[in-house]
Design a protein. Structure first.
Length: 139
């Protein structure tokens, strides 16, 4: 921007500082106040802000990694855990994690609920009744 202002001409130092501050990103304006911006060459404040922002991003990244680790100590409770990823703190409707294959009733890994806890139905009872009728009665 300084090069453009020099080429156009007619800007004194105060006008250059004003223009630079007006066009500054809002995030920088939180860190560099208008009263502190006294000269164009004072770039140390912006460099400080960029360093602080990089540290903040790194800290947030480390916090997300620590948060993604599953809790091993707590037993599975279907009322408290997500039925999609088996983690606590949210429901399946708000889940942003990849789905896992597990029984949402008992928490057993590698099996779906319909295979682990089949719903009671007529087909199973009819098959059991037919097997009982086919067996010879002890007399």
């Amino acid at each position: 921007m300084l090069t453009l202002m020099r080429r156009s001409g007619g800007f004194n130092r105060d006008e250059q500082v004003d223009r630079l501050y007006e066009n500054m990103s809002p995030e920088y304006k939180f860190y560099v106040r208008y009263d502190d911006a006294t000269s164009v060459t004072e770039q140390a404040r912006a460099a400080d802000y960029e360093e602080i922002e990089a540290q903040r991003r790194e800290h947030a990244k480390a916090a997300r990694k620590a948060e993604d680790k599953p809790t091993v100590a707590a037993a599975y409770k279907k009322e408290e855990c997500c039925w999609r990823c088996k983690q606590r703190g949210h429901t399946r409707f708000n889940c942003k994690k990849p789905p896992r294959k597990f029984c949402s009733q008992c928490g057993r890994d590698g099996v779906l609920t319909k295979q682990c806890h089949p719903p009671p139905g007529n087909a199973e009872r009819a098959g059991a009744a037919t097997a009982d009728a086919a067996a010879p009665s002890p007399a």
